[in-house]
Design a protein around this ligand. Sequence first.
Ligand SMILES: NC(=O)c1ccc[n+]([C@@H]2O[C@H](COP(=O)([O-])OP(=O)(O)OC[C@H]3O[C@@H](n4cnc5c(N)ncnc54)[C@H](OP(=O)(O)O)[C@@H]3O)[C@@H](O)[C@H]2O)c1
Length: 332
Amino acid sequence: MSYRAIEQYRFADSFRAATRIVTLPLPEPGPGEVLVRNAWCGINGIFDTQLARDAVGTIRMEPPFLTGVEAVGTVEAVGAGVTDLAVGDAVAATRFRGGYREANCGPAADFVPLPEASAAALALASSGVAAWLALTLTGAMQRGETVAISAAAGGLGHLAVQIAKLHECHVIAICGGARKAAFVEALGADRVIDYRSESIPEVLASEYHDRIDLALDTVGGEVFDAMVDNLANHGRLVISGWASDMVDDLPSPVTAPRIGHKLYYKGASVRAFMNALHTAHWPAARAALFERYAQGLLKPHVEVLGSGLDAVPAAVEALLAGQTMGKAVVRL
Ligand SMILES: NC(=O)c1ccc[n+]([C@@H]2O[C@H](COP(=O)([O-])OP(=O)(O)OC[C@H]3O[C@@H](n4cnc5c(N)ncnc54)[C@H](OP(=O)(O)O)[C@@H]3O)[C@@H](O)[C@H]2O)c1
């Protein structure tokens, strides 16, 4: 018996060029381990591409290694001594190397029990947890605040919009294109800025001058600058990515006064969110998210980008091209 997985076997400019599919023997779970048959994997095209280019600051590994971050499936077999999980249980792997593989075998504690092995549940357990913690923990979001979110129609962004609305916040959702704008408006965003038809700096300066309490930014560049410029007193800008610097993986050089001068008199701050550093908070975040999901208050939107591991490179490319809305997934 065997299973297939995506291996990054070298560093290269693109995910497609850095990876290949490998066939591996299906392991038997040892004591304390479970064997999981995956149903869906989540696509993290920006992370995947940065990893292909050896540009992820927290990961220093020499290829070859299996890649992909998250997948959801069902337990197929359990090893001796496993009491928390049983055959047929829905579980997710949400850490690097758990994603682009048809099966996964490892310690039971490495898998997260979920109510269902669906793509929506996977979106909540991965992007949902990141969105929740970036806003509530790093961003210290308070009820009723004015919250700006970039890439608001994306996997992380569309859940962040909903989470901020559940906290009764006024949400400014920034995205590219009419289709995405209609999507985030339907999620409840109060002010949608489609940067293809409006200028982000102009809208923020005219409608939200010094009024943004919390900004969640995964794009960087001019979006970051416009957010910094319009932070309120005690405002917080949470850096959660920088998609716009993907071109060469280097921050674009800026000749400008240091932003300390803009932050100081407002008592404002710029913070960074790194989900992998908050594992202790993941269970509580998941509980909060799945409670709201069960109540129908949170609705993950998934975009299915094909079936089988062969579909993953094209899915990564679609995400990088900004063609996806909601959480991008591939059926396994
Ligand atoms: N810090 C953490 O721990 C953490 C955890 C999870 C994810 N993230 C980050 O969160 C971000 C969102 O991830 P996601 O998987 O949910 O992706 P996504 O938001 O579904 O897709 C990326 C979106 O970013 C926007 N974008 C703007 N400039 C871009 C560019 N130059 N290239 C590609 N996309 C660009 C596009 O939306 P528009 O068309 O609307 O511009 C695109 O649809 C990523 O940067 C990811 O690395 C960080």
